[in-house]
Write a protein that binds this ligand. Structure first.
Ligand code: COA
Length: 154
């Protein structure tokens, strides 16, 4: 199921205690893609690669410490314009505000880029999107843009 987010009603981005939210610089891009493939899925790593090829890039990371340790990422305009996601936070770093900070960073930048709504595609954590961004279900949105896509296991 896809979900719709009204960007004009999205709350201010919180600042999580500890982690910083920023865009990766070019020398970090391959590391970020490999980290996403390792901790999440090859498909999400491919979407991250697409977001990192946009200019300006459309992917934020959350990091902690120096040298910085990656905790999570969120992309937009990866598989389709106006789509937000994928988003992922390391298991050990969840429920600490990192996911909300990443999602809201993307949504605020989308609004600044001229979008009024964002679509979260094939949502795996709908309650998180409802809670953080007021997302609502899009009737008839299954199967969406990912229908029939190739998977690594095939
Ligand atoms: C979904 C995900 C990104 C959330 O990251 P997180 O860092 O744990 O989220 P936060 O701590 O910022 O949570 C923000 C709020 O949403 C709530 N929340 C977090 N995950 C939730 C979930 N799965 N369902 C419902 N509420 C959730 C938190 O309790 C918190 O509420 P609060 O503001 O009242 O305290 C993370 O669980 C994840 O990476 N999951 C696996 C990948 C995934 O499913 N991605 C989404 C695909 S569409």
């Amino acid at each position: 199921m896809d979900m719709l987010i009204a960007l004009q009603r999205v709350p201010e981005a919180p600042v999580p205690a500890g982690p910083g939210v920023r865009k990766p610089i070019a020398p970090e891009h391959d590391l970020v893609i490999a980290w996403i493939a390792r901790h999440f899925t090859p498909a999400w790593a491919s979407e991250a690669r697409a977001a990192l090829a946009n200019r300006p890039i459309t992917l934020f990371i959350a990091t902690r410490g120096a040298p910085s340790e990656l905790l999570g990422f969120c992309a937009y305009d990866a598989t389709a314009r106006g789509f937000v996601g994928p988003i992922g936070v390391l298991d050990a770093a969840r429920r600490g505000g990192v996911g909300a900070a990443l999602l809201l960073a993307c949504l605020h930048e989308m609004r600044a880029m001229g979008y009024d709504y964002a679509v979260a595609g094939a949502v795996g954590a709908p309650d998180f999107f409802r809670h953080v961004a007021g997302a609502i279900d899009i009737p008839g949105s299954t199967p969406g843009i990912y229908a029939g896509m190739q998977h690594a296991a095939q």
